[in-house]
Design a protein around this ligand. Structure first.
Ligand SMILES: Nc1ncnc2c1ncn2[C@@H]1O[C@H](COP(=O)(O)OP(=O)(O)OP(=O)(O)O)[C@@H](O)[C@H]1O
Ligand SMILES: [Mg+2]
Length: 426
């Protein structure tokens, strides 16, 4: 996206560009370059007239829910997730997301359509102008379908892999952002494994799971007698990670009063144990993750800017699974293999497969992993079809209604519809 939410993000992108240039000489990954036409999407008729964004190489999601790129919350003819405008090489693809009132170009209702020229898209009572601008952005994509343990064959994951290869070859600190279950921890592990520090330690520190009173000691260690109960000295996680990588998970949850305590180690690579006057040098690469938008948290005053810029020397965004459904077959194969399943993906009924494809996966890859496990362990209860007895095309899965409560969005749809949609996940 060329429109960003705040100054913090804008300054970050130049740091990422530096890494890109610097890493070019060190990356061994085989890549290809894809050109995406820049798009301008504007509301030209309807409640939100005047709203406009520009995008290149990233999905523009349209709907009334707040997690869309274009949020049409005042138009009650718009579905929560109405449609997606997906840049592809040399054009744009429009995909209706199962909206109630449909997406139209002229009088034609669109399910999935590709455009090479500018057009107007009608969604509910709103008209969008989608302009293909003259300029394009180039993105480098890995030709490999994995980076470390991370799998993906969608364009956005291939772009991520190309970025990760360069980042791993550098020694800068990295902020990994993305929704829950997208694979942020796997990104951190993969960066470590692909870096020159791979033979050194990899230490995880969960910023959300530590009592504030113990955090300083956990991070930097303490000397004997430093506080009541400190019966011996102990090293902290930064010292443990010396020569390797520390992964600060859920950084956005770190209480604000503890954030300045990270400054010294991030800036100078120095730690001081609680109760000691001595400063120790550590050689640690920092990778942090958060499922919050940390730049926005900085702008809101919830996260310290000085800490943010030191941690986020460069940053990567792991896209949600719903924006990379091309990865679904690869991931399902992987989870079936990992579970030593006695059947493979081709045995999964078409209807179940369609449901997997049309689900929005709010819990992302973790939720998919759980769904695959349920398919294996309790196939009848998971999807209403015993896959061992399945003959492709024979019957459609039925719903196990007792499990609806597990899926809030489907539960909501069910309460307004007598013909309940089937759900492979609930
Ligand atoms: N691209 C991927 N390829 C293979 N496995 C993946 C991929 N992404 C995620 N996973 C698997 O999905 C699960 C969730 O991933 P992970 O714990 O890294 O997510 P996360 O973004 O850190 O989530 P959270 O924000 O909830 O901590 C893990 O079991 C991980 O191995
Ligand atoms: Mg995690």
């Amino acid at each position: 996206m060329s429109i960003v939410t705040g100054n913090a993000k804008q300054r970050l992108s130049s740091a990422a560009d530096d890494i890109r240039r610097e890493g070019d000489t060190r990356s061994h990954m085989i890549t290809r370059v894809v050109r995406y036409t820049r798009l301008a999407v504007a509301v030209v008729d309807g409640q939100h007239n005047g709203m406009r964004i520009e995008a290149a190489g990233s999905v523009v999601r349209v709907g009334s829910a707040t997690d869309n790129t274009i949020v049409l919350s005042s138009d009650d003819t718009i579905s929560r997730h109405h449609c997606e405008i997906v840049p592809i090489a040399g054009g744009v693809l429009v995909r209706d997301a199962g909206s109630k009132n449909g997406s139209y170009v002229g009088n034609v209702r669109i399910g999935l359509a590709t455009f090479r020229e500018s057009f107007r898209l009608r969604v509910g009572a709103t008209t969008l102008s989608v302009k293909l601008l003259d300029d394009a952005v180039e993105r480098e994509q890995s030709l490999s379908e994995c980076f470390g343990d991370l799998l993906g064959r969608s364009d956005c994951m291939r772009e991520l892999f190309a970025d990760l290869a360069r980042i791993a070859a550098s020694d800068v600190s990295v902020l990994v952002e993305g929704e829950t279950g997208t694979g942020k921890e796997l990104v951190a592990e993969s960066i470590h494994s692909a870096s020159s520090r791979s033979t050194g330690p990899y230490v995880v520190f969960d910023c959300s799971a530590i009592a504030p009173s113990l955090a300083e000691s956990e991070l930097f260690g303490h000397e004997r007698g430093a506080f009541t109960g400190a019966l011996g000295s102990r090293i902290g996680v930064f010292e443990q990670a010396d020569g390797g990588t520390i992964f600060l998970d859920e950084l956005g949850e770190l209480p604000k009063e503890l954030q300045p305590k990270l400054l010294r180690v991030l800036e100078r690579g120095e730690v001081r144990r609680v109760g000691s006057n001595r400063t120790l040098s550590v050689d640690v690469r920092v990778v942090a993750a958060t499922n919050r938008n940390l730049a926005s948290e900085v702008d809101l005053g919830n996260f310290r800017e000085d800490v943010f810029f030191r941690v986020a020397a460069t940053h990567v965004y792991v896209p949600p699974l719903r924006d990379r459904m091309d990865d679904l077959p690869l991931l399902v194969d992987h989870f079936l293999r990992r579970a030593n399943a006695s059947f493979d993906r081709r045995s999964i009924p078409d209807q179940v497969w369609n449901m997997l494809r049309s689900y929005s996966w709010p819990g992302n890859v973790r939720e998919l992993q759980n769904a695959v496990q349920r398919l294996l362990i309790t196939p009848d209860r998971a999807i209403g079809v015993n896959l061992r007895h399945f003959t492709p095309g024979r019957r459609s899965p039925t719903l196990c209604s007792s499990r609806w409560s597990h899926c809030a969005s489907h539960a909501a749809r069910r309460s307004t519809s007598s013909s309940a949609p089937t759900c492979a996940i609930c």
